[in-house]
Unconditional design. Structure first.
Length: 393
């Protein structure tokens, strides 16, 4: 087996085209949570060494049966993992055919003991995301639908599985969410939730970032707004500030076939701004490729790297390639520039995640035939060769 420094490795062969979530444990080892289709279980694979040179080990967290929906077998539509200080994973995963997910918490790093609880709410729990506070307790955000109104909710959890009787819930905002939202908790305990409000479908939207000054949102959130934009996402900034990234222009997505390398740059721009809870400054357009604009924000993962730049992994449909490549490039928020390309890969389904390391990052993705794979992103190394493929092949 190759090490990640030498190229792509295979983590497991029993995952194809389903969600995956990656993390680096306190010992520097790659971990990934995924759904195993052969026995329909939620699993976590962990490399034994930092370079994944040895065959990894796998832990089973629980059973998640697929469901027949509109005549097709559906796997979990959600898998998201965070790690406790001891390296023990907490995973939130969807339940096919049900309106709520389940939270699984390993008590120890080897998952010898696993606790779980359904995460239910007053209405349907949609698009939940999980993050950990500095003291190691979970926070879960989700969209809740009622009478055609969408609220963004924050669950302040009192235990590892966010049990219903051990949590309080705070409404972050009321918004018609067009895409997905995000949550990030910084080292000071601030909660940052990125989302958008669709003011007029296909014509006008407002990107928003809700900022809670502490990890319980005790004073309620402060809402930062960005007009004519969608998909606000945050990354680590400097001097206590944070970067907000968003796509300006019309909110509509349409069909991917409606947009290409000639139409996308005239329609949208990627903007980055330096922000804190009082406001933002220096909003600047970032010159990026059309594929990143097309993928934003649903099919994009932003990962802060140790040198202050950001790795952007994104998946989009290319009519030129007759494929949906996964591209990874560097974004420099300080200079508002797009840097080197770190790699281009083929996916099996929309299955990928990225995570930062001390010396770069790692991307985990589902390959068409080989299962779940991983490759190291060395920001100082040469970029891998691009794809050589055309529609007539």
């Amino acid at each position: 087996m190759k090490t990640m420094a030498e190229g792509v490795i295979t983590l497991t062969g029993d995952s194809h085209g389903v969600m995956v979530s990656a993390a680096i444990d306190p010992q520097g080892r790659l971990m990934a949570a995924y759904w195993a289709e052969n026995d329909e279980t939620l699993k976590v694979v962990r490399c034994i060494d930092t370079g994944c040179a040895l065959p990894p080990e796998t832990f089973t967290l629980g059973s998640i049966p697929s469901a027949t929906i509109e005549g097709a077998q559906q796997p979990p539509g959600l898998i998201e993992m965070v790690l406790q200080a001891n390296g023990a994973p907490i995973v939130i995963a969807g339940n096919p055919g049900r309106d709520f997910p389940t939270v699984y918490a390993c008590i120890d790093a080897d998952c010898a003991t696993v606790e779980s609880a359904y995460f239910t709410a007053e209405g349907r729990v949609d698009r939940p995301h999980i993050a950990l506070t500095p003291d190691g307790t979970p926070r879960i955000t989700y969209s809740q639908f009622s009478n055609n109104v969408v609220t963004i909710e924050l669950a302040v959890c009192g235990d590892l599985v966010c049990s219903a009787d051990e949590r309080t819930t705070i409404t972050i905002d009321t918004a018609q969410v067009l895409a997905d939202h995000s949550i990030r908790i910084d080292q000071d305990g601030r909660i940052l939730v990125g989302y958008e409000n669709v003011l007029l479908l296909d014509e006008l939207a407002q990107a928003r970032v809700a900022v809670c000054a502490d990890d319980t949102c005790s004073d309620g959130p402060t809402i930062l707004t960005f007009d004519n934009a969608i998909g606000a996402r945050t990354t680590v900034g400097t001097d206590g500030d944070f970067w907000v990234w968003y796509r300006s222009g019309p909110p509509d997505y349409g069909s991917e076939g409606d947009f290409d390398q000639t139409t996308v740059p005239d329609r949208w721009d990627l903007i980055v701004a330096s922000c804190n809870e009082t406001g933002c400054s220096n909003a600047t357009e970032v010159e990026v490729g059309w594929g990143l604009l097309l993928a934003w924000p649903i099919d994009v993962r932003l990962t802060a790297l140790s040198d202050g730049t950001v790795a952007a992994a994104y998946n989009y449909w290319s009519s030129e390639l007759c494929a949906a490549p996964l591209e990874i490039t560097v974004l420099d928020p300080t200079e508002a520039q797009m840097g080197d390309q770190l790699g281009v890969y083929y996916l099996w389904g929309n299955t990928f995640d990225t995570v930062g390391t001390d010396h770069g990052g790692v991307v985990v993705f589902g390959a068409e035939e080989s299962g779940l794979q991983a490759v190291e992103l060395g920001v100082d190394g040469p970029a891998p060769a691009g794809l050589d493929r055309a529609c007539d092949e």
